[in-house]
Design a protein around this ligand. Structure first.
Ligand code: FAD
Ligand code: NAD
Ligand code: NAD
Length: 510
């Protein structure tokens, strides 16, 4: 456990970088804008939509250090790999959504945006994106931002939505260049293209990490390789005992790991890296388990750090424990200066101070910040959700505190009718909720029992996460369109005598 320390490495070989294009000229940017958005991601674009809905002629300048128009990230570790499996990836990264409809990674096409140089004179307003510029500093008192080249822009209202940057591990960042060039993180379309090239060349990939990204990507890559007659292996290496163990109760996490393996991922749990060496074209990864894994590329998926460099020199507070800019209930860091998305550390009246790194939070907090930028003065009270897919057969959504260190109660449906009969159930267990169990991380006995007797029974269900016996989180496992109900239950913040009764509300069987 003490082997690794986090580092925020920004060197070219190991982190996401946009392709080298001629440096844009800041002299083309306006000197003053009514609405200034820092960051070109989901939170920022969501703020633009809210501003536009409330102020139809708003002039909005978005500044991003990426060379892209605003886009969303979720399909990069999921849907896009299935698009790629079926054929060519289009320039606008089209993919099929869970609803069946097709859309692009980009929120809007190029034509939607106006040139930064034309923004000030635009009669009907609109949004201009200054691509390839980094904001270095904000002066909230005089309402002026400074770009890394020293150029200054004044604003009336400003949003910081800088997102986060993938962490790396010192074992890689401190390694010789020959090792570093085979190590990458994963967050951008460029990272997708780079990794796809490795797979298309039958390379073996070692994914390090067991969070959302490491687990989703492992499944997507293994499924992508299935379309090929010959392919490299996909390893997923992590310290924990089983997939997504930080959020799933132990029995479900172990069950999930078996499903991940069944998709073709070589899962290596309980392992840390001891050393890494370059050997001709390969990397040799020596593990604490004694095994050595040969890989052509390593994808480091060990979490993110909020992008708060702007705080230095801007006099803004960063949360010591959670990272992110500290904001009030209206998402303000200072007057006329808001923060939304991954980079914001906000106060949730129900669950305490939090920082959330999920799409829906970036949509909803971005929207609220946008509304407040036009003067609505609304508090952030919405409980956001997240979803994740582990290959085509496992999809889940969560709301509230989804943390496996809390006590949980899971209620699952048996997989099929046949299994129901062969399992020889008692009368009472034949109704809606065949199986309910309370587990805490230390109760290993119940996990063993799960594995032996109920190995196939976790196809569909609901898991309640409890704090002081109250429901603080709900996980919907292969159950969709019930997140509103889950939100209502969490908001009630009360104790329930029988969680089986609560589970019935979710209609696990239909
Ligand atoms: P970002 O999307 O990171 O955008 C921030 C932008 O600001 C970036 O373009 C950055 O380059 C730019 N920037 C940073 N600093 C500066 C600066 N100083 N000056 C100018 N620009 C700057 N969540 C889910 O709920 N479900 C999912 O299935 C899911 N899948 C994901 C898959 C992947 C591969 C990844 C990486 C994330 C996924 N997420 C998912 C998380 C979700 O994408 C993030 O929570 C979301 O992108 C956060 O939005 P944001 O706008 O706060 O930050
Ligand atoms: P989105 O980003 O397109 O929309 C975000 C919000 O903005 C929505 O409330 C939408 O109604 C609103 N909006 C959209 N266009 C607008 C416009 N022009 N002006 C004003 N408001 C507008 O979509 P999303 O809901 O954030 O979903 C993004 C992706 O995530 C999709 O691919 C979706 O399929 C996926 N998703 C998957 C799951 C799941 O698998 N369980 C759940 C949620 C979202
Ligand atoms: P994460 O926070 O979800 O997971 C981090 C993982 O890193 C841990 O589970 C652990 O396995 C591993 N780790 C931590 N410290 C380590 C160490 N010292 N050595 C080895 N391993 C270590 O982050 P992520 O999976 O890297 O995802 C990156 C970002 O993208 C996050 O913000 C995440 O929320 C987001 N994302 C979200 C979704 C989703 O919501 N469905 C999907 C993909 C990515």
């Amino acid at each position: 456990g003490l082997l690794y320390y986090f580092m925020n490495d920004k060197s070219d070989t190991t982190t996401s970088t946009s392709p080298e294009i001629p440096k844009p000229n800041s002299a083309d940017l306006p000197k003053h804008v009514p609405y200034l958005l820092i960051g070109g991601g989901t939170a920022s674009f969501s703020a633009f939509r809210a501003i536009k809905s409330n102020d139809a002629k708003a002039k909005v300048l978005m500044i991003t250090d990426e060379n892209h128009k605003p886009y969303m990230r979720p399909p990069l570790s999921k849907e896009l790999w299935y698009t790629a499996q079926k054929g060519e990836i289009s320039n606008d990264y089209r993919f099929k959504q869970w609803t069946g409809a097709e859309r692009s990674l980009y929120f809007e096409p190029e034509e939607f945006f106006i040139e930064p140089s034309k923004l000030s004179d635009s009669e009907n307003g609109g949004i201009a994106v200054a691509q390839g510029f980094k904001v270095k500093k904000v002066d909230p008192t005089n309402r002026v931002i400074t770009l890394s080249d020293g150029y200054e822009i004044t604003y009336d209202q400003c949003l910081i939505a800088t997102g986060c940057t993938p962490k790396n591990l010192p074992i890689f960042t401190e390694a010789p260049p020959g090792v570093r060039e085979k190590v990458m993180v994963y967050r951008t379309p460029e990272d997708f293209e780079k990794l796809k090239k490795y797979l298309d060349n039958k390379k073996t990939v070692a994914i390090i990490g067991n969070g959302f990204l490491g687990s989703e990507l492992s499944c997507s890559l293994a499924n992508y390789n299935k379309s090929k007659t010959d392919s490299g292996r996909i390893y997923q290496i992590f310290q924990e005992t089983a997939n997504m163990s930080k959020i799933l109760p132990d029995y479900l996490s172990k069950w999930t790991m078996e499903k991940v393996k069944a998709q073709g991922v070589c899962v290596v749990p309980g392992a840390s890296l001891k050393s890494v060496q370059r050997d001709n074209s390969h990397l040799n990864l020596a593990l604490t388990t004694g095994e050595t894994i040969m890989a052509d590329v390593v994808v480091v998926c060990v979490g993110c750090e909020a992008n708060t460099e702007i705080a230095n020199g801007s006099g803004l507070e960063v949360d010591q424990n959670l990272g992110g800019f500290v904001v009030n209930a209206e998402l303000e860091a200072r007057r006329n200066l808001f923060v939304a998305g991954d980079a914001s550390c906000f106060y949730d009246p129900l669950l305490g101070r939090r920082r959330v790194e999920h799409h829906d939070h970036s949509v909803v907090s971005g929207r609220l910040a946008g509304e407040n930028m036009v003067g609505k003065k609304k508090p952030y009270a919405h409980q956001s959700m997240f979803w994740s897919d582990l290959g085509p057969e496992i999809g889940y959504e969560g709301i509230g505190l989804i943390d496996s260190s809390l006590p949980t109660v899971g209620v699952f449906a048996l997989a099929t009718k046949t299994e129901r009969q062969t399992d020889n159930l008692t009368e009472s267990s034949k109704d809606e909720t065949e199986q309910a169990k309370t587990t805490t991380p230390s109760q290993d006995v119940s996990d063993v029992k799960c594995k032996e007797e109920q190995a196939d029974n976790y196809g569909r269900g609901v898991v309640f996460y409890l704090r002081d016996e109250k429901i603080v989180g709900i996980l919907l496992w292969n159950i969709f369109n019930r997140i509103g109900l889950a939100r209502t239950i969490i908001k009630e913040n009360k104790k329930y005598e029988d969680l089986n009764e609560v589970a019935k509300l979710f209609e696990i069987h239909s």
